[in-house]
Design a protein around this ligand. Structure first.
Ligand SMILES: Cc1cc2nc3c(=O)[nH]c(=O)nc-3n(C[C@H](O)[C@H](O)[C@H](O)COP(=O)(O)O)c2cc1C
Length: 318
């Protein structure tokens, strides 16, 4: 890869769609996968033992199911077992453990980013999953709870486990989603633990920022993207194809079909019309940015009193 051009690096990229609670549900992924390419893996938002796990979750279309990674938020082995068996009951084959959730309500209970400082617990979870289930397992972590070097003892422990994939959101939990990502610390992670299969995550918002990260992290080809993809659903395709060859008309057409399929998917998986409208409105927090005039779309969505009214109004915008 040393002498390869930037274009080569782009076409080798493997894109993971980040778990985003309230956004990347199965209705979203089913509509997304029907209209957009470029994503290799879709992550569910986290499940924890407080959720209604007796329910069977709609596991999306076939396109999604084969690329679906189920994320769990356990605090200890007992919770991990409950959640692992839930994933198996749902027919999942890939599991991800959340070590990144930053909110005090979660971390105070020993979950999410609180587990970064408990490598033995994390290793025991991985051992259990590997020894007693057919699931593949990966970790999603931050650099630390409050310090950006807290992740190193965890990585040291994980490096001893072969083939562990670790997704690093290059911030501390106290940063939440603000401030700069710490690219130096991510580089240090890669340098110190070459045996770990790292996925970089944080602030890839367009092809330009993606190119900057590829230049900083030479040879890195696994990337996780959240908000960037929700704002621009074409982003993974632009990155992996390195092509902006679609005409504006074609782009509009694809976006329109996606939006209408998404609304249909949400309506058909909601409890009632109010619930559906709220879910659709929530999607537009990011999705509005995919339109030429995001503010107008946001206003229009906010004013809509039903999904039918919203569809009629949106129709006029395409
Ligand atoms: C609204 C919202 C919900 C999120 N939900 C989850 C989640 O369920 N599990 C998780 O591991 N990370 C979650 N994240 C973090 C993202 O997966 C991702 O790590 C973070 O947004 C940084 O990536 P980005 O800059 O590409 O968005 C969430 C982030 C946001 C903003």
């Amino acid at each position: 890869m040393g002498t390869s051009s930037t274009n080569d690096k782009i076409s080798g990229a493997e894109i993971h769609f980040a778990p985003m609670q309230g956004f990347t549900d199965m209705a979203y992924y089913s509509a997304f996968s029907k209209h957009f390419a470029g994503v290799g893996y879709y992550y569910t938002p986290f499940f924890c033992v407080d959720d209604r796990l007796e329910r069977t979750f709609f596991a999306g279309s076939d396109l999604v199911r084969e690329k679906l990674v189920w994320q769990i938020l356990p605090k200890d082995i007992d919770e991990m077992k409950v959640l692992t068996h839930f994933v198996l009951r749902q027919g999942g084959s890939m599991l991800n453990i959340n070590l990144g959730c930053p909110y005090p309500m979660v971390t105070r209970r020993g979950r999410g980013a609180a587990l970064i400082s408990n490598p033995e617990m994390v290793v025991s979870m991985i051992d259990y999953i590997r020894n007693y289930t057919p699931l593949t397992v990966s970790i999603k972590t931050r650099l630390g709870l409050s310090r950006d070097d807290e992740v190193f003892p965890l990585l040291e422990a994980l490096a001893r486990k072969s083939c562990t994939q670790v997704i690093v959101h290059a911030r501390t939990a106290t940063q939440l989603y603000k401030g700069n990502v710490n690219t130096e610390r991510f580089l240090e992670c890669r340098l110190r633990f070459p045996e770990i299969d790292f996925v970089y995550n944080g602030d890839i918002v367009d092809t330009e920022s993606f190119l900057n990260f590829t230049n900083l992290f030479q040879g890195q080809y696994k990337w996780m993207i959240g908000r960037g993809l929700l704002c621009d659903p074409f982003l993974a395709d632009r990155i992996t194809d390195n092509s902006d060859c679609l005409s504006e008309l074609k782009r509009k057409d694809i976006l329109q079909n996606f939006v209408f399929d998404l609304i249909e998917g949400i309506v058909s998986t909601s409890n009632d019309t109010g619930h559906a409208l709220n879910r659709v409105k929530n999607q537009f927090i990011y999705l509005a940015n995919a339109f030429p005039e995001p503010k107008r779309i946001t206003r229009l969505v906010r004013r809509s009193k039903s999904t039918d009214e919203l569809k009629t109004e949106l129709w006029k915008k395409f």
